[in-house]
Design a protein around this ligand. Structure first.
Ligand SMILES: Cc1ncc(COP(=O)(O)O)c(C=O)c1O
Length: 395
């Protein structure tokens, strides 16, 4: 594959010369970020209590269409808190994909549970319903209200699919299988803010099908507040528990300290929430802009014989990170070498989680698609682009 036309195209897309670096996904602070931050500082409420945390939670719940939202210090803590709250512990196992950022596995391991890895589908890049079903038929044993792993005798407590790069997982099918096997569905939606799937002509936001979901506002995400996360759920009891345990499980009292269970210092600080709220106000414009960038990439790739990862039918991804599929590992490595040497930041998809030492002992299926994709997928620069066909302006 001749790479220079694609590199030239990326430079023209982002309006950069050969001497300039093009980041993979840089944050853009174009709205009320500074105003809200100053308001927050002036109020003195910079820590875990303050109006911005509550406002951010309300606005996130409204934007995504969930009943409750609980803001956390990051996406990993959001996922950990959910798994802890549903009772995941060392007697449990949790099914997820090996083709994910390591935080998915880490959150599972923090509870004492072990991840089990099943394969992804080539079209969604996310947990494969058929691989899940196959795994459960081979290794699962249904008990009255749960499923155990026949080999380890541990409870398969939860299933955590991840919406890879913002492409919605096949969540309807995964949900049906989880219900059949009494496994709690938790969505790792860290990358999928603003991603929808279509059901009966209705666009449904990712993260609403499972019992709860976790989002991330890390510096590289579609919107960021430096570090932050949020949990969405429609379950009132779970929402109350999550708010409680993410704020050290302290029983409210004017001066006494009493914590009625194990709690975590996972609340999003007001300072970060002020940024997050301002970023959320920008989200519709960011999404529109990112959709145009993805379309431009798609058209270029189509005319140049490059395999672009498009939206799957029935989905409307946020195109957090655009991706292409190269022919083999050799071509992938050459692409990464040359693009990065020329100041165009590109990245491979993650090393499969079970290939990292902390998870090398975990059970997995043959992961054929995950291994195939690992050798071929790379991400292209995907940040919001002020110069490109954009209605976004700097204030
Ligand atoms: C798939 C996935 N899960 C979890 C996380 C964890 O989020 P955070 O970095 O906010 O802890 C991230 C992103 O960083 C992610 O991409």
């Amino acid at each position: 594959m001749t790479l220079s036309p694609l590199f030239d195209f990326i430079r023209s897309l982002y309006g950069k010369t050969k001497a300039e670096t093009i980041p993979l996904h840089e944050p853009k602070f174009l709205g009320n970020e500074k105003k809200y931050l100053l308001e927050c500082i002036d109020s003195g409420f910079v820590s875990s209590v303050g109006k911005f945390v509550n406002r951010f939670e309300e606005e996130m719940a409204r934007f995504c269409g969930s009943q409750y939202a609980i803001a956390t210090s990051n996406g990993t803590s959001a996922l950990h808190a959910i798994l802890h709250a549903i009772g995941t512990n060392q007697e449990c196992e949790v099914i997820t994909q090996s083709l994910t950022f390591i935080a998915t596995s880490n959150a599972i391991a923090y509870t004492g549970a072990k991840p089990i890895y099943v394969d992804v589908d080539l079209d969604s890049l996310s947990l494969s319903p058929s691989a899940l079903e196959k795994f459960l038929h081979l290794h699962g044993q249904k008990e009255e209200n749960h499923t155990i792993n026949k080999h380890t005798r541990k409870i398969i407590k939860a299933c955590v699919p991840m919406h890879t790069f913002g492409h919605p997982a096949k969540i309807e099918e995964i949900s049906r299988i989880c219900k059949e096997w009494h496994i709690t569905l938790i969505e790792d939606s860290a990358e999928s803010l603003g991603s929808y799937y279509i059901q009966k002509d209705q666009a449904i936001h990712t993260g609403l099908k499972g019992l709860a979901s976790a989002f991330s506002f890390n510096g590289n995400k579609t919107i960021t507040c430096g570090g932050g996360g949020i949990i969405l759920t429609d379950n009132q009891k779970l929402a109350q528990k999550l708010k409680h345990i993410t704020t050290t499980a302290k029983i409210p009292h004017p001066y006494e300290y009493y914590h009625d269970e194990l709690g975590f210092n996972y609340r999003l600080p007001n300072l970060n929430a002020s940024l997050a709220l301002a970023q959320l106000e920008q989200l519709p414009k960011f999404l529109a802009n990112k959709s145009k960038i993805a379309k431009a990439y798609e058209e270029f790739c189509l005319t140049h014989g490059i395999d672009f990862i498009s939206a799957r039918d029935g989905t409307k991804p946020n195109f957090w990170l655009n991706a292409i599929k190269l022919k083999n590992l050799e071509e992938r490595n050459a692409f990464l070498e040359q693009s990065n040497a020329q100041g165009i930041m590109t990245r491979p998809i993650w090393k499969l989680n079970h290939q990292n030492p902390a998870y090398s002992h975990c059970q997995h299926d043959n992961l054929a698609n995950s291994l195939f994709l690992q050798d071929r997928i790379v991400n292209l620069p995907s940040g919001v682009n002020l110069g490109y066909n954009s209605s976004i302006s700097i204030k």
